[in-house]
Ligand binder design. Structure first.
Ligand SMILES: *Cc1c(COP(=O)(O)O)cnc(C)c1O
Length: 363
């Protein structure tokens, strides 16, 4: 079932048991599914995300991660509000694009893709722009792998009393985050990243008191986060429209495996070890990382092309033949490729990868 390992930011390598969980068919109206699985997942997600679970609620939403980001912005930011997006990569910029589609008043504060967003500049902007009501930021910018300083940004946003929205798509489940402690109001992630499920839905963990005020704000039916939440809440796990039953089953299994591993702290430690093994090995072979170590997440790592005549396509094909699928780069300022550290992959896999990279170079 595994022709090669996906060393990618998601969909990623999942366990055999997560894949096996998809092997039976489920009825969306049956209690086994709604109460037995969907409600259990919602409660568990809130517990994983917040030290004060009673203040938060979880909503599952069909589609990929971007659908969920869109559902939050389109349901939470009203026509009279003003959104500030701090962006240092493609996913931050995408939030600005969503805001444009919805004609949301929005300012995008752009940072270099190779730098973290700067809490001081956000602070200054909020001092000068009292019209801002909501601030959004990406936690781990998967574009490069940079980890933004979430605690410092949260401190600024909360001091100014703004609603705080975090795209934690590629970090939640793999990097510890406490929404209650940081004052995060809406956090978005998806099934096929650090929880190690398969693609098909995403989820939003929301401050209950704020989501309750969002009835009738959405400009999209399918992506109405409030309506989706109300139906799930009142219907004890019912989705409004066809739910991805098999994917949800796989996700439940993935959550059990996260717990068996020792929770988010233990998974974070494994990802850090994967990352360390990868970077040490690649540096020993002469590869250089795009980012300084202090800004780097353990989620995905960007490497410069080793030479001007480096043929990524050939490198990629050779590694694939040896059992490893890596990822192209996504930035314009430099030629890079990316290697993901997340999924059902372990330090030993990265030691094998380094051996494979060594062999590719000798060809
Ligand atoms: C994966 C990802 C998304 C969502 O991308 P989709 O292709 O819609 O699943 C959004 N933000 C970040 C930071 C991501 O890594």
């Amino acid at each position: 079932m595994r022709p090669y390992l996906l060393l990618t930011p998601g969909p990623l390598t999942t366990s055999e048991t997560v894949k096996e969980a998809m092997m039976s068919d489920w009825c969306t109206w049956d209690e086994d599914y709604n109460l037995g699985i969907v409600e259990v997942i919602r409660k568990e997600l809130v517990k994983l995300a917040s030290s004060r679970p009673e203040e938060y609620t979880a909503v599952l939403m069909q589609g990929s991660g971007s659908f969920c980001v869109e559902s939050v912005l389109g349901t939470v930011v009203r026509p009279e509000d003003h959104l500030l997006v701090a962006a240092n990569g493609a996913y931050g910029k995408r939030m600005g694009v969503i805001a444009d589609y919805y004609r949301i008043n929005c300012s995008v504060m752009k940072f270099e893709e190779t730098q973290q967003v700067d809490p001081k500049q956000i602070d200054q902007y909020l001092n000068e722009h009292p019209e801002v009501t909501h601030v959004s930021v990406v936690h781990c910018e998967t574009t490069t792998g940079v980890l933004n300083p979430l605690e410092e940004v949260a401190e600024v946003v909360k001091r100014h009393g703004k609603v705080f929205i975090v795209d934690a798509m590629s970090s939640f489940g793999g990097v510890p985050i406490d929404m209650a402690k940081l004052g995060i109001d809406f956090m978005i992630s998806s099934a096929n990243k650090c929880i190690q499920g398969v693609p098909g839905f995403g989820f939003i963990i929301a401050r209950r008191s704020l989501l309750e005020q969002c009835k009738g704000v959405a400009r999209s039916l399918s992506l109405d986060l409030y309506d989706q939440w109300e139906t799930m809440e009142k219907g004890h796990g019912k989705w409004r429209f066809t739910s991805p039953t098999h994917v949800v089953r796989a996700f439940m299994q993935a959550l059990k495996e996260l717990e068996a591993e020792g929770g988010i702290e233990a998974r974070y430690a494994r990802y850090c070890e994967n990352h360390r093994t990868l970077v040490e090995g690649m540096r020993a072979l002469g590869y250089k990382t795009l980012l300084p170590d202090e800004e780097q997440s353990p989620v995905i790592t960007s490497f410069y092309y080793p030479s001007a005549d480096f043929d990524f396509k050939d490198f990629y094909q050779q590694l694939k033949a040896k059992g490893f699928v890596i990822y192209p780069g996504k930035i314009s300022q430099a030629d890079t490729f990316r290697i993901g550290n997340i999924g059902d992959v372990y330090p030993a896999d990265f030691l094998r990868l380094i051996e494979a990279v060594k062999e590719v170079r000798q060809n």
